[in-house]
Design a protein around this ligand. Sequence first.
Ligand SMILES: C[S@@+](CC[C@H](N)C(=O)[O-])C[C@H]1O[C@@H](n2cnc3c(N)ncnc32)[C@H](O)[C@@H]1O
Length: 227
Amino acid sequence: MNARRTKYIPALGSRWLTPLYDPMMRLLLHEATFKRHLVQQASIKEGDRVLDLGCGTATLTVMIKQAQPGAEVVGLDADPEVLRIGRSKAAKARVDIAFNLGTAFSLPYRDRSFDRVVSSLVFHHLSTENKRAAFSESVRVLRPGGELHVADFGKPHNTRMRLVSLAMRRFEKTPDNIQGRLPQLFRDAGFEGVAETARYSTIFGTLSFYSGKRPSPPFSLDGRRPG
Ligand SMILES: C[S@@+](CC[C@H](N)C(=O)[O-])C[C@H]1O[C@@H](n2cnc3c(N)ncnc32)[C@H](O)[C@@H]1O
């Protein structure tokens, strides 16, 4: 079997640390603040179908559903252990979310089946090859005009963040994030209107927000799609 298809790095790098993930995120990364920002940026409407790519313990997934109860929300992760935690978090919050086991580079969904793909802190876990595959898969599953919104570590934007990144770069699978290459990887996969929309300083380095849109095919004058 292709090793690329089976591999993932657990949320904190090792499986035994997974139970500490939620407390660490709350204490060290102020996750409620930045995840709220990502939810607002994604501007999800009633009736939208939304994928949380690499949903982990589903804090963001639950926030999306709470912010827009009229959306159909799906969380996908490659780690069955975080999905178990995510399912129980969703049940406690009494929100209806579908959780699927799968990998970001081979999504188990039909073409053009989502309006939004949202992802937090996942891309830095992936090799360059797998980042490319995950971006391509995101384009594939988005409807024309659909959007990908990502929050992840980015290029340090001040001296303090540059110093922090010296210590943190060993946690990135390959240094695409820290070297500011995510926007180009969005574009290479076919996204348009790609932008870095915001940056936060964190104790782990610069946290950047990105967005990009799957292009809509041009419409003919009578309003029908050509071909
Ligand atoms: C740092 S955690 C982030 C979890 C969550 N999105 C959040 O913001 O709290 C990274 C997550 O990405 C998942 N992951 C890593 N590689 C993956 C892959 N190739 N496909 C799907 N999920 C993956 C891990 O299992 C983990 O749950």
